[in-house]
Design a binder for this molecule. Structure first.
Ligand SMILES: [Fe+2]
Length: 168
């Protein structure tokens, strides 16, 4: 299926899934923006990156309901079957669906995935999460995190620009 239909279908489903939880919707949209910016430089399959960015956190409500926790392992377990149903409803190709679900299953631990599309989603999610997770961190700490976590050149360069005011 074409990319625009896939993107619009995923956006609509994601918004319906999170409902009144505006924070989750905004998070997914921010991750999508960063993922697109990284992909513009790094390449990769646009459909996989777009769908993964929009749907990566769909396991959160089920994790909260079942375990009272949104810890990574719960989300990684709950997210993929939900994403698979959404992708089926919007008519995504099987290969795209499988890749997106694999990304979601590993998006908090990076234990088994290392595709370019996975690395782009990983970096985009970190770009959005660093201000929340390291709110009170000093510059040295931020610098260490930026050096350690990013998996693409463009993702790390964007982190340096955004959090450390460095260019180039
Ligand atoms: Fe996220």
């Amino acid at each position: 299926m074409n990319e625009t239909a896939l993107t619009n279908g995923c956006l609509k489903e994601m918004k319906a899934h999170f409902g009144a939880d505006r924070k989750r919707i905004d998070h997914a949209l921010k991750v999508l923006d960063y993922a697109r910016a990284i992909q513009a430089v790094e390449g990769g399959d646009t459909r996989v990156v777009t769908a993964a960015a929009i749907l990566h956190d769909v396991g959160i409500p089920a994790s909260e309901a079942k375990y009272g926790s949104i810890d990574g392992p719960y989300q990684e377990e709950e997210g993929p079957p939900i994403a698979r149903e959404i992708l089926k409803r919007v008519g995504a190709d099987d290969a795209v669906t499988d890749h997106v679900c694999d990304i979601i299953a590993d998006h908090h631990s990076a234990k088994f995935m290392d595709t370019l599309e996975f690395r782009i989603l990983w970096d985009a999610d970190w770009l959005v999460n660093i201000p929340n997770w390291y709110r009170d961190a000093d510059e040295g700490k931020i610098r260490a995190v930026v050096r350690k976590v990013f998996k693409t050149g463009r993702g790390r360069a964007m982190a340096r620009e955004i959090f450390l005011g460095e260019r180039g």
